[in-house]
Design a protein around this ligand. Structure first.
Ligand SMILES: *Cc1c(COP(=O)(O)O)cnc(C)c1O
Length: 450
């Protein structure tokens, strides 16, 4: 095999359909429930929030869904994304393992989020919607939706978690450059925001609160719908382009992964990479261990409860059966803002319950150490979120060094840190500490489950 570092597909070889894992699972995932009736929600319940095309995808049992030509056209701005063999990292670690990473930082906003923002904006525009509302934490999702809305001529209004709004002014400027309007959350503009501010005027916000604000606005305003950047089935569906490309790239490499690791906030970059490989595993064509990595400060899969809970803090969304820390859980302000969500994708939660994937939680100090190690070897500074995946990848590679196993490890490098450098600044200054979650805090927030 030639000593290649990059595996790049031709545009013509870019996958033209998304993969829906639901029909291949041994049991279907439990449906979302209406919070009032506790009956499964129907399309009519979701119509105030989402366009029909996305509702259809949310409940689809078709194995493959064609990607519209208009969406493929925008994807071609940065896709197919590269798969790298991390030869320099392997050398630095002295491991016999072969490490590969699929890099999504080449997108216009530096993460995987546009893979779903673009089709979501497209389907909304196609159904006559003129404005989208959303929430954002660290700002990755807000930037992606702002870009996608600019592409299809939609207005975009973003509620950004107050803590990030203050700490990360560049993300806001990026959203505004793409034409979006950005509000700090909690805000005085919504009932949900006002209620939080009345109880705590200094609230630094959470993703759950920001979702409540954006959902409330979308449900009330004309021609306005809501867009979610993770968690839901249609979001994970759109992200499967990552794994479909990676499968083709592994063919080019003549290799097969033994271990696949990805970080999980709401589960979309992980599901996007993992599901096509899980399809191959379920079909008996390969047998990788598939591992989700979450922050010790927000350990949804490893310490949360598998139960019906709201997706937001105010309780405006349908009830989702998922691994949750409780909808009023507010995680410590760790730097991986994209991993600070109280819940987890129902599909990932279901697949975890079925024993098809495993999960680990890692503290942020170890993650930043892995991020720095990776950056110095490979020249890409990973976003704080995927440093979690890299920490698990390096652990696995070091185990291989001990045992002499030549495992093949694949990791999702879902974004770069160019707008998160202050987090690295804090790490380099020795100011990063670990926020393991106390059992009492967890019990308290789980007591609030509906
Ligand atoms: C949003 C985000 C995440 C977390 O979301 P998932 O749906 O779990 O992927 C992780 N990494 C980056 C770079 C993000 O922008």
């Amino acid at each position: 095999m030639a000593e290649r570092t990059k595996y790049i597909l031709d545009e013509a070889d870019m996958p033209a359909r998304w993969y829906n894992i639901v029909p291949d699972l041994p049991e279907p995932p439990p449906p979302p429930l209406h919070p009032g009736t506790r009956e499964p929600v129907g399309p009519d319940d979701l119509a105030p929030l989402f366009p029909q095309a996305l509702i259809a995808q949310e409940v689809s049992t078709e194995r493959y869904i064609d990607i519209p030509e208009e969406v493929l056209d925008v994807y071609r701005l940065w896709r197919p994304s590269p798969l790298y063999r991390a030869r320099r990292l392997e050398k630095a670690l002295g491991t016999p393992a072969r490490i590969y990473y699929k890099y999504e930082g080449v997108s216009p906003v530096g993460s995987h989020k546009p893979n779903t923002a673009v089709p979501q904006a497209f389907y909304n525009a196609a159904e006559g919607v003129t404005r989208l509302t959303t929430e954002t934490g660290a700002g990755q999702w807000g930037s992606a939706l702002a870009f996608a809305c600019a592409t299809f001529g939609l207005e975009c209004e973003v509620w950004q978690v107050r803590a990030s709004f203050d700490q990360k002014p560049y993300r806001k400027l990026m959203m505004e450059t793409f034409g979006a309007t950005v509000h700090p959350s909690p805000s005085e503009l919504t009932e949900s925001g006002r209620a939080i501010l009345a109880a705590d005027p200094a609230s630094t916000g959470s993703l759950g609160i920001a979702i409540s604000e954006a959902v409330e606005q979308a449900a009330q305003a004309e021609n306005t719908r809501y867009a979610l950047g993770s968690v839901l089935n249609h979001v994970l569906l759109h992200q499967t382009i990552i794994g479909e490309e990676a499968l083709k790239q592994f063919e080019l490499a003549g290799d097969t992964p033994d271990v696949l690791v990805g970080c999980t906030g709401g589960g979309s970059n992980f599901g996007g990479l993992a599901f096509p490989f899980l399809r191959e595993k379920l079909a008996g064509r390969m047998d990788p261990v598939i591992r989700a990595v979450e922050p010790a400060a927000c350990p949804t899969l490893t310490r949360g409860k598998y139960a019906y809970d709201f997706g937001d803090t105010a309780g405006l969304t349908p009830l989702l059966k998922m691994h949750t820390l409780g909808h009023d859980f507010i995680p410590d302000p760790i730097h991986a803002g994209g991993l600070r969500y109280h819940g987890m994708s129902p599909l990932i939660s279901h697949i975890y319950e079925l024993g098809l994937i495993d999960a680990v939680a890692i503290g942020q100090e170890d993650c930043f150490a892995a991020g720095v190690r990776f950056a110095r070897a490979e020249g890409i500074i990973p976003a704080p979120e995927p440093t979690h995946a890299l920490a698990a990848c390096i652990q696995e590679a070091l185990r291989c060094k001990e045992t002499g196993e030549e495992k093949v490890i694949l990791t999702a490098l879902c974004g770069h840190a160019h707008l998160d450098l202050p987090a690295y600044g804090a790490y380099l200054a020795g100011e990063i500490s670990d926020h393991a979650l106390p059992e009492e805090a967890l019990e308290k927030s789980l007591a609030g489950l509906p």
